[in-house]
Every structure is written in structure tokens, then in C-alpha cells.
Design a protein around this ligand. Structure first.
Ligand SMILES: *[C@@H]1O[C@H](CO)[C@@H](O)[C@H](O)[C@H]1NC(C)=O
Ligand SMILES: *[C@@H]1O[C@H](CO)[C@@H](O)[C@H](O)[C@H]1NC(C)=O
Ligand SMILES: *[C@@H]1O[C@H](CO)[C@@H](O)[C@H](O)[C@H]1NC(C)=O
Ligand SMILES: *[C@@H]1O[C@H](CO)[C@@H](O)[C@H](O)[C@H]1NC(C)=O
Ligand SMILES: *[C@@H]1O[C@H](CO)[C@@H](O)[C@H](O)[C@H]1NC(C)=O
Ligand SMILES: *[C@@H]1O[C@H](CO)[C@@H](O)[C@H](O)[C@H]1NC(C)=O
Length: 574
């Protein structure tokens, strides 16, 4: 008892100390991180090593590891940070950088590369040379999160410009880039992808989550600027993505990061997905795994605890205090150490949660999130706690201290000149792997902003529903059906499908669903259809405004019973 009281006293006093430590760290690190980030952007960044205008280098490191390339993912996350800072009025000097990025991405999209051309899959190429030529070496490709993240950043920019009445630039310059990316997402989300760590070729939660966000945001922008021809097919695929997103939930209480890879699946992938799809207007919505949803908090706890025993710098740290975290506990890349951006992401998810709880004036404890909340109040019970209750005060103060603890870990292992590499040593916290990682700097800035209560623009996560139900992945009363059709086309022609049910657009050729030609001449699409139902359909061929239907009669399928494995229909164009 005496011991417990003593520990409790220490935890509280330490928490106060952490908070002021973090304040001091942020005030020195914030400008250094901003400068470090801008130094890595061409043409004039001091460490950008000759990168062309608007090109973000991943790191100036050109040997062990060689990161002197530009990744579509990293660049988009860096520019999401820059665009948020500019559009939220935090830094009014960044407009020229944003214009340069837009110019560079318009060029990068058109570069033929080992993944294909712009119309045959090239948008999934993960990285390019910094002189805007294709990287032709062996690599984990494609990586299908890149186009989604780029469009998310550009749509944030577009929405700001619309508020400035600059719709000409949005329609003429931004929309063509966004539309290329989102057509790619709509056509290819159901194909396998390398994950954000470029190692596992399967389906990946992060990729699916950011793809879902991109199509929702894209539909809103399309409606806002009158580009409505894409709305129906992008909405259909967004609904399919939201359904698929649920299937990553693991009943052990966390999100399995990848469907392949042969690991535990506990991975910063899922925490990063939560912060990069944060939408405060959606509250603690579980369908989109918002940062304060019970599923995302349970996942956070599982992820953090996976690192307690794998890094020796974490030994001896109390179970309810922050530790260093990395990509995933089985990681061995460059020694398999903690990553700054992963540790910052944990803090950011917690700060995002505090933003919502404070705005809503309450927090919910469910049986799923109970173990998380017990870190801060061992006697807390399932229920709703209004901000007037002492439980709310105790928990939010505890979460703030816990979150600050992750920033303090980073602070402890940041050198005095503020440099952030990719990794810090699991045995002594010293800097390892690529120096000056641009994404590390971006992750510092977004975590600091979230701690200050700064809320990014909404992307439309509110009020969504899924026929799949929440977090079960059971498919409800629908069943996934893949349609493959062998169809030879000429340049400019695409294959679509429509049919007798809502999910097949009720025979409307204008809104028929586009199939993917990734395995040409096989065109393919996966659609969630009502189970145990007779459904008629046809493929159609479109070239601009010209439409050709398959010959009669209609094709027919009886879908399997709900709960069945997915089903594949193989057809040949008639
Ligand atoms: C945009 O146009 C609207 C309607 O004409 C006007 O009320 C608003 O002030 C304009 N905004 C800016 C930033 O110019
Ligand atoms: C619209 O925004 C673009 C991009 O920043 C800028 O170049 C252009 O001058 C703006 N146009 C107007 C009318 O403000
Ligand atoms: C395609 O979507 C179906 C239905 O959601 C899903 O079962 C399947 O795993 C997905 N495959 C890929 C590679 O995304
Ligand atoms: C708590 O749960 C109630 C009822 O399910 C819901 O209306 C409310 O938005 C939730 N609040 C938070 C902060 O999750
Ligand atoms: C979501 O639905 C609720 C209830 O209909 C409504 O009050 C709220 O404004 C909606 N939120 C958004 C962002 O549309
Ligand atoms: C379609 O082809 C796939 C793979 O070639 C096969 O697994 C599947 O059973 C086929 N579907 C039908 C209905 O025969």
C-alpha cells in the first residue's frame, strides 16, 4: 500500500515535469523541424541535392540507405502538412512551395515507369528520381496509397482555393491531377499492393483507409465544381472500400495491418491510418476508425504494448507510461529500431482524441476500450462520462500526460541541433538509418499542431453507413463477387458493367461501373452484391460518349448465400 501510494505520487509529479519538458521541446524543435522539412524540397532547399522544383527528397542520405529519391507517399504526407499549415493560417509563407508541388506532380504523373503509363497503372509507381525521370531498378511495386494521399493533399488545397473564389485554377489545374489519381483508386483499390513499408504485397489497412478518404473527398469536390460524371462510380467504390476496411479488424482487439506478411499484424500502419483519416466532425466514429473510437484506442494500446519488451530502452518503464515505438515488433530493417514518426503518431492519435472529447464534452468507455481507459483510472467502468465528472477530468489529464510521454521519448533522443533521422537506437536512443528524414519532420509538426488543438479540415467521415456492419467484416447480407471478362479493346475504350440491382447501377449506362484493366485482356471488378439473389447484368464498352452494349440475352448470376467466401464469375465479351 505504501509502495503503491509512493508510485502514484511519482507518476503524478513526473507527469507535471513531462508537460513542461514537452512545452520546451516543442518551442525549440518546431522551427527546426519546419526548417529541416523545407531544406529537403527543391529547387532551393539547402539539402535538396539538386531536386527539381517542388520535388521532395525522402532524405539527403545517398548511401546505406540511399533515400535520395522522391516517393509519392512521403511527398504527399509532407505536402498535406504544408497545405494544412497554410490553409489553417499557421504559416502564410508556404504558397510558393505548394504551387511548386502541384507543378511537379502534374509532371510526375505522366512519366512512364516500370508500373506502366498514366493509363496502364503507372500512377502506382512508388518512387522517382529527383530529376523527374523514372526509377527503373527492382522495387516493391506498385504501392497504391500514393495516388490517394496525393489527391487528399490536393483536395485540401482545392477546397481552400474554392473558399477564395479561385475555381478557375481548381478546375483547370488541380482537377485533372486529382481525377487521374482518383480514377486510379476507383479502378485498382481491389488489387493487391505493397504496404507503406514497401515489404508486404497483399492488402493493407493504411492503403485502404486513405483510399476510402480520397474517394469521399473526391466526390465532395466533384459535386462542388460540377464534375458530376465521376460521382456515382467513386461513391460506389468508396462504399466498397468502407466495407473492406472493416475486414482488417482482428477480434483479439486490434487492426491487422496487412492481409499478408506472416506477422502479428501489430503495426504503426494502423495508427498512421487513424491520424491521416482524422475528421473531428465524425466524433469517435468506429466505422472509419477515428482516433478516439473504441476500436482505434484498443488498437493503439495493443500496438504500443508490443514494443515494451523488444527495445531495451523501454525496459523498466511502467505499464501505463509511454515507450519508444517503431514500425512493427518483428522489424529487422536497419537493425529494427524505433522510428520517430511512429512514436509521434501515437502522441498525435491521443491528441486528436482529446480534441474530440473536449469538443463533445464527454467520452465513452466501452468494453473494448476499457483496458485503454484503465491505464488512467483503474476503477473506471463502461459508460459515458460528461466533462463535468471527475472521471472525465482524471482520464483526459491522464491521456494528455501519456501522449506527452511519447513526445518526451522523442525529445530525449533528439540531438541538441534538432535533427530527426529515420530511426533511433533501441539500445541507446542514438540516431540511426537515413539522416534528416523529411517524413520525420512532418510527423513532428503534425503532432505538435494536434497537441495545440489545431484541427484539420473535415473530409466527410461523418454519418457514413456500411452494409457490412461495424468491425465484424462478416459481410452482412452481401457477398463479394468478382467479375472477370476477357475483352480486347482499342485505345480509348474501357469496359463497364451494369445490371438489375442498386449495386450495379440499375442498368444505367451513364453510371455503369468501370472495370480495371490491370490484367488486360482480362477486365475485372469486385462488387458487394445482395446474397442469394438472381441478378442480371451486361458488360458495356465505352469510348468517350459512344456506348456499345454486349449482345442479348442478359447475363445472369445467382449470388451465393451470405457468409460465403467471395465468388468469381469468369466471362468473355459477347
Ligand atoms: C468569394 O465570393 C463571395 C460571393 O461573391 C464573396 O462573398 C466572398 O467575399 C468572396 N471571398 C473572397 C475570399 O474573395
Ligand atoms: C489561384 O491560385 C493559384 C495557385 O496558387 C494562383 O497562381 C492564382 O494567381 C490564383 N488566382 C487568383 C485569381 O487568385
Ligand atoms: C477485394 O474485395 C473483396 C471484397 O471486399 C475482398 O474480400 C478481397 O480481399 C479484396 N481483394 C483485394 C486484393 O483487395
Ligand atoms: C458516446 O456514445 C453516445 C451513444 O452511443 C454517442 O451519441 C456519443 O456521440 C458518443 N460520444 C463520444 C465522445 O464518443
Ligand atoms: C450528421 O448527422 C447529424 C444528424 O442528422 C447532423 O446533425 C449532422 O450535422 C451531420 N453531420 C455532418 C457533418 O453532415
Ligand atoms: C473463375 O476463375 C477462377 C480462377 O481462374 C476460379 O478460381 C473460379 O472458380 C472461376 N469461377 C467459376 C464460377 O468457375
Amino acid at each position: 500500500m505504501l509502495f503503491a501510494t509512493f508510485c502514484g505520487f511519482l507518476a503524478v509529479s513526473n507527469a507535471w515535469a513531462q508537460s513542461s519538458t514537452v512545452d520546451a521541446y516543442i518551442s525549440t524543435e518546431s522551427p527546426l523541424a519546419k526548417a529541416g522539412l523545407l531544406a529537403n524540397i527543391g529547387p532551393s532547399g539547402s539539402k535538396s541535392s539538386g531536386a527539381l522544383s517542388g520535388i521532395v527528397i525522402a532524405s539527403p542520405s545517398n548511401v546505406n540507405p540511399d533515400y535520395l529519391y522522391t516517393w509519392t507517399r512521403d511527398s504527399a504526407l509532407v505536402f498535406q502538412t504544408i497545405i494544412d499549415q497554410f490553409t489553417l493560417g499557421l504559416d502564410t509563407t508556404l504558397r510558393g512551395e505548394i504551387d511548386n508541388y502541384v507543378g511537379a506532380q502534374a509532371i510526375i504523373q505522366q512519366i512512364s515507369n516500370p508500373s506502366g503509363t498514366i493509363t496502364t497503372g503507372g500512377l502506382g509507381e512508388p518512387k522517382f528520381n529527383i530529376d523527374e525521370t523514372a526509377f527503373t531498378g527492382a522495387w516493391g511495386r506498385p504501392q497504391r496509397d500514393g495516388p490517394a494521399l496525393r489527391s487528399n493533399a490536393l483536395i485540401t488545397w482545392a477546397n481552400f482555393l474554392l473558399s477564395e473564389n479561385n475555381s478557375t485554377y481548381v478546375t483547370n489545374t488541380l482537377w485533372p491531377i486529382i481525377q487521374n489519381d482518383l480514377n486510379y483508386v476507383a479502378e485498382n483499390w481491389n488489387q493487391s499492393t505493397f504496404d507503406l513499408w514497401e515489404e508486404v504485397d497483399s492488402s493493407s489497412f493504411f492503403t485502404t483507409a486513405v483510399q476510402h478518404r480520397s474517394l469521399r473527398q473526391g466526390v465532395q469536390l466533384a459535386n462542388a465544381i460540377g464534375q458530376t460524371s465521376v460521382v456515382s462510380s467513386w461513391t460506389t467504390q468508396a462504399e466498397n472500400l468502407l466495407c473492406f476496411l472493416q475486414s482488417f479488424w482482428n477480434t483479439a482487439g486490434y487492426i491487422t495491418a496487412n492481409t499478408g506478411g506472416g506477422r502479428s499484424g501489430k503495426d504503426a500502419n494502423t495508427v498512421l491510418a487513424s491520424i491521416h483519416t482524422f475528421d473531428a466532425a465524425a466524433g469517435c466514429d468506429v466505422l472509419t476508425f477515428q482516433p478516439c473510437s473504441d476500436a482505434a484506442l484498443s488498437n493503439l494500446l495493443t500496438y504500443v504494448d508490443a514494443f515494451r519488451s523488444v527495445y531495451s530502452i523501454n525496459s523498466g518503464i511502467a505499464e501505463n507510461a509511454a515507450v519508444a515505438t517503431g514500425r512493427y515488433p518483428e522489424d529487422s530493417y536497419q537493425g529494427g529500431n524505433p522510428w520517430y514518426l511512429a512514436t509521434f503518431a501515437v502522441a498525435e492519435q491521443l491528441y486528436d482524441s482529446l480534441i474530440v472529447w473536449n469538443a463533445q464534452g464527454s467520452l465513452n468507455v466501452t468494453s473494448l476500450s476499457l483496458p485503454f481507459f484503465q491505464l488512467f483510472d483503474s476503477s473506471v467502468a463502461v459508460g459515458t462520462y460528461a466533462s463535468s465528472t471527475s472521471t472525465f477530468t482524471t482520464i483526459t489529464a491522464g491521456v494528455q500526460d501519456y501522449a506527452d510521454g511519447f513526445v518526451e521519448i522523442v525529445a530525449q533522443y533528439t540531438p541538441s541541433y534538432g535533427e530527426l533521422s529515420e530511426q533511433y537506437s533501441k539500445t541507446d536512443g542514438s540516431q540511426l538509418s537515413a539522416v534528416d528524414l523529411t517524413w520525420s519532420y512532418a510527423s513532428a509538426l503534425t503532432a505538435f499542431d494536434a497537441r495545440a488543438g489545431i484541427t484539420p479540415a473535415s473530409w466527410g467521415a461523418s454519418n457514413l453507413t456500411s452494409t457490412c456492419g461495424t468491425s465484424t467484416g462478416s459481410g452482412g447480407d452481401t457477398v463479394a463477387v468478382t467479375f472477370n471478362v476477357d475483352a480486347t479493346t482499342v485505345f480509348g475504350e474501357n469496359i463497364y458493367i451494369c445490371g438489375s440491382v442498386d449495386a450495379l447501377q440499375n442498368w444505367d449506362p451513364d453510371t455503369a461501373l468501370l472495370l480495371s484493366s490491370a490484367d488486360y485482356p482480362i477486365w475485372s471488378i469486385t462488387i458487394n452484391l445482395p446474397a442469394s439473389t438472381d441478378i442480371q447484368y451486361k458488360y458495356i464498352r465505352k469510348d468517350g460518349s459512344s456506348i456499345t452494349w454486349e449482345s442479348d440475352p442478359n447475363m445472369e448470376i445467382t449470388t451465393p448465400a451470405s457468409g460465403s467466401e467471395s465468388y468469381t464469375e469468369n466471362d468473355t465479351w459477347r
